[in-house]
Design a protein around this ligand. Structure first.
Ligand code: FMN
Length: 179
């Protein structure tokens, strides 16, 4: 098992996949289980995960995520995890109203983190995508029209395991310690 902090450094968005290398179903199941164990407001679990890992359906998703010239790399990606939002439970909705928040977005973000880090632990690479043709994705995945697809995660084996330098704001700019 990796050291968690090494894993965080190793995870990076991959935009060049080895299209000859399929993603094993057992690995996808393990990754999804990690998402199912993620925390959510009032344990509401307001999500549905559609795993697309087939020679017929994956290219359809790859086409549907190419929007505004983005995500062209997805054509070589063998698998995708589509995350759609389900209704939160009443306690989460009520708490969110009191706080003027929609906790479901946070919940899906945390589940997404579990997915990308879980995939990285298993030697897979990922790219979170927020840009896609939502109606096309719903059609391919048989997600009801009234639901929202929040994020799609490309999953596959990277062509290269070379790590890029992380470009991040400094801790000075983004962190305050009151100690
Ligand atoms: C909510 C969200 C949406 C994103 N959408 C896209 C996308 O549509 N296409 C893409 O190539 N990368 C997308 N990214 C990846 C970010 O560009 C990337 O995480 C960021 O630049 C940091 O780089 P790293 O993931 O390699 O550390 C998205 C990331 C997040 C969290």
């Amino acid at each position: 098992m990796s050291d968690f902090f090494d894993l965080v450094k190793k995870r990076q968005s991959c935009r060049d996949y080895d299209e000859q290398r399929a993603v094993e179903r057992e690995k996808l199941e393990k990754i999804i289980n990690a998402a199912l164990l993620s925390p959510s407001a009032c344990n509401s679990q307001p999500w549905h995960f559609t795993v697309v890992n087939s020679k017929e359906k994956s290219p359809l998703i790859a086409a549907a995520v190419q929007k505004l010239g983005l995500n062209k790399f997805s054509s070589s990606c063998p698998a995708f995890i589509v995350i759609s939002e389900e209704s939160a439970n009443i306690t989460s909705i009520a708490g969110g109203k009191i706080r003027d928040q929609k906790f479901a977005a946070n919940d899906i973000g945390i589940a997404t983190a579990h997915i990308v880090l879980g995939a990285c632990e298993l030697g897979l690479s990922t790219c979170i995508m927020g840009m896609f043709h939502e109606e096309k994705v719903k059609e391919i995945c048989a997600i009801p029209k009234k639901k929202r697809v929040r994020l799609i995660i490309a999953v596959g084996y990277a062509k290269s395991d070379q790590l890029r330098e992380k470009k991040r704001k400094s801790a000075d700019q983004t962190v305050t310690y009151l100690v």
